[in-house]
Design a protein around this ligand. Structure first.
Ligand code: SF4
Ligand code: SF4
Length: 317
């Protein structure tokens, strides 16, 4: 059964497939609330094309990352693979419970998901039965958790998305990977255009949402020079220095309309996941990634606009 599951998953674009025994999870883990009979958790990880980061890297086109690396993966590619593997499991008389990250449900009343519009998120403590995705992926042997919280894989570094299937079939588990990729270099922290990652690696999700959406004008080719004209701290915001609260973040996000969003409430990533690309480059430089490319991720100096462009006086109407 295991080899057939791997075959179906890989035929349907999963790049990594891992298995964890339910016995490796705490008895209070959400997997048992979702499906108490769970015996095995199957993890499926899908590479994110390196090429979809090019637009942000060059400062040219921005929709590829969001449509190809987020929206299509989450809404089409991953569910298809999950469904076909699940069909096989159920054809064999076992139950398969697919678990995809629900992008618009947050467990905490006051949190957000930078990848979707903040006002399309359902925040309710009752919605607490979502898996801890990174911890579950680690248990399935897909990779390790990096300082920034990203799942780091041997082949693709942080350039992956992943989902799971819970099943009552008993399948031989894979070994949990011994952490060996993250060396706490801090490059993910330094790369964030909005200082959203604390030095202990904790991500402030509202800070991330504001800068994922492009509030840093020095890294946003679409921002007009008079952006955030009504904000007293507009230069701080544009410089990536503003410290936001959930309330001020909402206000700033309402004023970021320089680039169209993708579909299904997905927001366009203007930061281009700079935290992940910095990590990827670091792992690539150290020769740790198994999937090699003929060229380095970054061949040229990183571009950045001058803050002075935004400091010229804004005419009053
Ligand atoms: S950039 Fe460095 S510190 Fe951050 S996750 Fe990657 S290896 Fe770890
Ligand atoms: S680089 Fe982008 S995705 Fe990463 S923490 Fe900063 S704003 Fe969020």
């Amino acid at each position: 059964m295991k080899s057939k599951i791997i075959k179906i998953a890989k035929e349907n674009l999963a790049d990594l497939v891992g298995f964890a025994s339910a016995s490796s999870f705490d008895k209070n883990d959400p997997i048992f609330k979702i499906f108490p009979e769970t015996k095995t958790v199957i993890g499926l990880a899908f590479r994110v094309l390196r090429g979809v980061y090019r637009g942000t890297e060059e400062g040219t086109t921005y929709y590829q990352y969001t449509t190809m690396a987020v929206e299509n993966m989450e809404e089409t590619i991953m569910p298809k693979a999950q469904l076909l593997v699940s069909n096989f499991i159920e054809a064999n008389g076992n139950i398969a419970v697919p678990q995809r990250r629900h992008q618009q449900i947050m467990q905490d009343e006051n949190s957000t998901n930078p990848e979707v519009a903040y006002d399309s998120i359902y925040r309710n403590k009752k919605a607490e039965n979502q898996l801890d995705f990174t911890a579950t992926a680690v248990k399935c042997g897909l990779g390790e958790k990096g300082l920034s919280g990203a799942l780091l894989t041997d082949d693709y570094g942080p350039f992956v998305r992943y989902c799971f299937i819970l099943t009552d079939a008993e399948i031989e588990p894979d070994e949990v990977k011994v952490a060996h990729l993250c060396d706490n270099c801090g490059k993910c922290i330094k790369a964030c255009p909005g200082k959203a990652i604390h030095e202990n690696g904790e991500v402030n999700d509202w800070q991330c949402a504001v800068y994922y959406n492009g509030a840093n004008g020095t890294k946003n080719p679409f921002m007009p020079y008079d952006a955030f004209a009504d904000f007293e701290n507009r230069i701080e915001i544009i410089a990536g220095e503003a410290k936001v609260t959930p309330e001020t973040a909402r206000k700033i996000l309402d004023n970021i309309y320089f680039y169209p969003p993708a579909q299904h409430a997905y927001q366009c990533s203007i930061c281009g996941r700079a935290c992940d690309t910095a990590c990827y480059m670091h792992l690539e430089e150290k020769g740790l990634l198994k999937k090699k490319f003929k060229t380095k991720f970054r061949e040229r100096e990183e571009w950045r606009f001058s803050l002075e462009d935004f400091e010229q006086p804004i005419p009053t109407p």
